[in-house]
Ligand binder design. Structure first.
Ligand SMILES: [Mg+2]
Length: 420
């Protein structure tokens, strides 16, 4: 039998705010928040220190709302590059304990310490040493979930380590029935508020209900509930609930976001109708937005362009437009791209199409004036992204991609897509 792995998830408490407090000792003991634009009261709170949270300040509310609750709140402007640097510094600290360190977000990192046990002590001793080192070098308090897989380490951190004094929690495989399964279904990793409501309506109110149900039964019950085949989603949730995750910790670095994210497709033949071109625009929007979501950035400007097949008689155009709000939602970028195309395309046959998003910003900085359904989009798109990352591009497609003018299915079959 393979040796049980030991995997940790380290999460920094109130990361941006903690970094600012460490950099500005004069703010010690005072409530502090990092906000999108401190000069404008409509700016959004990106992070609040525990003291500010005690006074009711919460992330994603407006500065105006926060100041109403906590008038003495110290508000600082975000310094993203600095936070990225500190995040990399923490990766560096973790690497002194194991070379298997995978940043999961700017303030969360997985570390596989299976091979480090005899060198540095027990998992709990190693976690405590990591906490200590991070605190000494960066002033940030890290909470650490310890377990045997990435998903269980993530849940050990979110459900326990973040809530207890000391900030360390170990969740062993044999403890799942006793500790994880009685938890409400909404506490399961990847289950958002909407999915939680769906499970409740199916009578599945605890994580154990999901874990203990035969997979085949969950598949048909979800199919019945959603009136479509959801076998992949069913299996994903069922695996998480059962703590079945053997995905490795991939050593990688946190990358600074690029200036723009774009993609271009050369078509297998000339396309003559807007209907066909729209299919390609949808695929391009999906590829580009998915990359933006992975980088946690929104784009404000969408650009589209096309070219004909002939080099002697070049045709085509390239145009851009600013959207009303920065976004990484496929449907919104697609709509903007189609509108641009409709306006500027002269009807000449098209051989190449490109689409890009630029003026990128941190996606957590979006304004609250947006329409209500936005978080829903994000939840849905994140779920499909995760499935695609795990199972490949063809697993979920928009219906249009499987018509004649769709290219994704074809490309994924060849080389798994050639976007970088
Ligand atoms: Mg955090």
């Amino acid at each position: 039998m393979n040796k049980e792995r030991i995997i940790m998830l380290s999460d920094c408490q109130s990361f941006y705010a903690s970094v600012e407090k460490a950099a500005n000792p004069q703010y010690n003991g005072k409530p502090l928040a990092v906000a999108g634009d401190p000069a404008r009261r409509s700016g959004i709170i990106l992070a609040a220190c525990p003291l500010a949270k005690q006074q009711g300040v919460s992330t994603a509310e407006t500065l105006k709302e926060a100041l109403a609750k906590c008038p003495e709140l110290i508000v600082v402007r975000p310094r993203m590059q600095h936070y990225i640097d500190v995040s990399a510094q923490i990766t560096g600290i973790l690497r002194t304990f194991s070379d298997l360190v995978e940043p999961y977000s700017i303030d969360e990192q997985f570390i596989d310490i299976t091979g480090s046990i005899s060198l540095f002590g027990s998992p709990q001793q190693i976690a405590a040493a990591i906490q200590d080192q991070i605190s000494k070098e960066t002033g940030v308090y890290a909470r650490i979930g310890i377990s045997y897989s990435k998903v269980t380490a993530k849940m050990a951190c979110d459900l326990w380590a973040k809530k207890i004094k000391g900030g360390l929690f170990t969740l062993a495989r044999e403890q799942l029935p006793e500790l994880l399964w009685p938890q409400p279904i909404g506490n399961l990793f990847m289950v958002g508020r909407r999915m939680s409501a769906h499970f409740h309506s199916m009578g599945l109110t605890t994580i154990g209900h999901l874990a203990q149900m035969p997979l085949a039964e969950l598949k048909w019950r979800m199919r019945e509930k959603f009136h479509k085949n959801c076998d992949i989603d069913a299996e994903l949730y069922w695996r998480i609930a059962g703590g079945l995750d053997d995905s490795p910790v991939h050593p990688a670095t946190y990358e600074a976001p690029p200036k723009s994210v774009g993609h271009q497709m050369t078509l297998p033949r000339d396309y003559y109708t807007l209907a066909e071109i729209k299919t390609v625009l949808l695929e391009l929007a999906e590829l580009v937005c998915r990359r933006c979501r992975r980088l946690a950035v929104n784009g404000a400007v969408v650009s589209v362009g096309c070219q004909g097949a002939s080099f002697e008689a070049p045709t085509g155009f390239s145009r851009q437009s600013k959207m009303s709000d920065p976004t990484n939602a496929t449907s919104l970028v697609y709509e903007a791209a189609v509108a641009l195309f409709r306006r500027h395309w002269d009807g000449q046959p098209v051989r190449r199409v490109n689409l890009s998003l630029s003026e990128l910003s941190d996606e957590n900085q979006y304004q609250l004036t947006l329409f209500e359904s936005r978080p829903r989009y994000r939840e849905l798109e994140r779920a499909t992204d995760n499935l695609k990352n795990k199972y490949g591009d063809t697993i979920i497609g928009r219906a249009a991609s499987f018509t004649d003018s769709g290219l994704i299915k074809d490309r994924a079959g060849k080389i798994g897509g050639h976007y970088k």
